[in-house]
Design a protein around this ligand. Structure first.
Ligand code: AMP
Length: 212
């Protein structure tokens, strides 16, 4: 099963992707995590991407499409994958279609902008494996430490309030249009993200016809 998770920054895509990985036994592909890893490793891609990410802007389509095409071709994607945070523009969605990347369901996790802005203050991510946490909604077992890999939890630089506003603006201007694109293809499933993590997860599983 090939899935796309759509939604504004902070809607819960990363958290739901982690739950779906366990439930469906297919990998999650987060372009945001891949780019942050490239930055941490000081690669050319990382250096190029950082300029855009720090400002809350999107990284150019051609850079994204290269890393996604390479990743979905890996053997662990043979039974399916979850795209988290990609596609983010019409050009990216069209390029995936043109490459013949089959998509079964596109899940749009909906949260209003005011709630997003509030949520982002509590978000923490693992500096090593990219796992998502929230100080209230999803605290780690040990303060500041990742449950999965023991890495240090950090606040993302682009979660600063002014950058969050910019990212929301970019979402509405460039990404939200993908809902129409996939609705026309009959693949869009809307899920309410303004509820508990478990509640949203149950809705997603129902929407894709999987058992809770
Ligand atoms: P995320 O972790 O998904 O919130 O992504 C963090 C940042 O990485 C975004 O604000 C963009 O700058 C960049 N990014 C991640 N995925 C994409 C994508 N599919 N297209 C363009 N930029 C992306």
């Amino acid at each position: 099963m090939n899935l796309i998770l759509l939604g504004a920054p902070g809607a819960g895509k990363g958290t739901q992707a982690e739950k779906l990985v366990n439930k469906l036994s297919i990998p999650a592909i987060s372009t945001g995590n891949m780019l942050r890893e490239a930055i941490a490793n000081g690669t050319d891609l990382g250096k190029e991407a950082k300029k855009y990410m720090d400002e809350g802007n999107l990284v150019p389509d051609e850079l994204i499409l290269g890393i996604v095409a390479e990743r979905v071709a890996k053997p662990d994607c043979a039974n399916g994958f979850i795209l988290d945070g990609v596609p983010r523009t019409l050009a990216q969605a069209e390029a995936l279609e043109a490459k013949g990347v089959r998509i079964d369901h596109v899940i749009s996790i909906e949260v209003n902008d005011q709630d997003i802005a509030q949520r982002m203050g509590g978000r923490r991510v693992c500096s090593k494996c990219g796992a998502s946490y929230h100080v209230v909604a999803k605290p780690p077992k040990k303060d500041g430490v990742c449950d999965s890999c023991g890495g240090a939890l950090i606040i993302r630089k682009d979660d600063a309030p002014e950058t969050v506003l910019k990212r929301l603006e970019v979402y509405h201007a460039s990404t939200e249009v993908l809902k129409d694109f996939y609705a026309k293809l009959g693949r869009l499933r809307i899920v309410n993200g303004n509820q508990s993590i478990e509640g949203a997860n149950e809705e997603i599983l129902k929407a894709i016809g999987a058992k809770a």
